[in-house]
Ligand binder design. Structure first.
Ligand SMILES: [Zn+2]
Length: 272
């Protein structure tokens, strides 16, 4: 009788990053299989965090995306210890100049502006360049009369190394959204894991339509901080996308594999 040996990938292969373990169900998955599945676990639907460039690849028509305002980069206005080093490292690691990409491209028949943040660049934190890029893409969306799609992931919100200048971006990004509103430009937000702190407390929470990826953590302070403050156990799934939907914070929880289709459907309703 034939017994199948339990699957165990080769150690060398793991080192070469051919395989990846699902953070939720523990299943060992082939990278190529994950790529094909838009980095969603085929077994449990866990959504892996992905870089901003992947969203561009998954949503926009091939080679239609043009980056804008790429020249705007963070400075070190407070001479914060090690901040320059940190920025340099983040740039090398991600190939980006800032924790977000702004630009425009085509989704189906629609030309849209986009703001996409990248968690792997200092936790997707919002410094002055990040806020400035958001405001500029709002202005661009207004002058070109194009809808704006914002895709966010940010661990802590404001970037503490820029102090009060970071906090000022909450106001600036809100003004950007106000500009869209005054000019009747649709603003669609896609909240990914995690969208927290100052990012969630400003422009990310203001979408005309707000979608969130399955299982994404969305809130201001994290559950651990809240538990320590109120000294109470929080309910299961607190601040997850599904919880926020139940409590009226967002409009829909979506599967990343359906994101493009969903955006086209919304654009057809709002912008045809
Ligand atoms: Zn899984």
């Amino acid at each position: 009788m034939f017994f199948r040996k339990p699957f165990k990938p080769d150690k060398k292969e793991i080192k070469a990053e051919v395989w990846r373990k699902c953070d939720s169900c523990g299943e060992t998955l082939h990278i190529a299989q994950l790529e094909k599945n838009l980095w969603v676990c085929p077994k449990c639907s866990f959504h892996f965090r992905i870089p901003a460039k992947k969203y561009i690849e998954y949503i926009f028509e091939k080679e239609s995306f043009v980056e804008l305002f790429n020249e705007i980069e963070s400075d070190d206005p407070l001479n914060f210890p090690d901040y320059k080093k940190k920025l340099k490292k983040a740039k090398e690691k991600t190939g980006l100049k800032e924790a977000c990409i702004t630009g425009k491209g085509k989704i189906d028949k629609f030309t849209v502006c986009a703001f996409i943040s990248d968690f792997s660049f200092i936790g997707g934190s919002m410094g002055s360049a990040y806020g400035e890029k958001f405001y500029r893409i709002c202005e661009h969306a207004v002058s070109e009369k194009l809808p704006l799609i914002s895709i966010t992931s940010s661990g802590g919100g404001a970037r503490m190394q820029e102090g009060i200048l970071s906090l000022m971006q909450l106001v600036k990004t809100n003004l950007g959204v106000k500009l869209l509103e005054e000019n009747k430009i649709p603003y669609i937000t896609v909240l990914c894991d995690p969208t927290m702190g100052g990012v969630m407390a400003s422009f990310a929470a203001l979408g005309d339509i707000s979608l969130a990826e399955k299982g994404a953590l969305l809130g201001f302070a994290g559950p651990r901080v809240i538990e320590q403050t109120i000294r109470q156990k929080l309910p299961e799934g607190f601040q997850r996308a599904e919880f926020q939907l139940e409590h009226g914070m967002i409009d829909e929880v979506i599967d990343r594999r359906e994101l493009k289709k969903k955006l086209i459907k919304i654009l057809n309703i709002l912008w045809d």
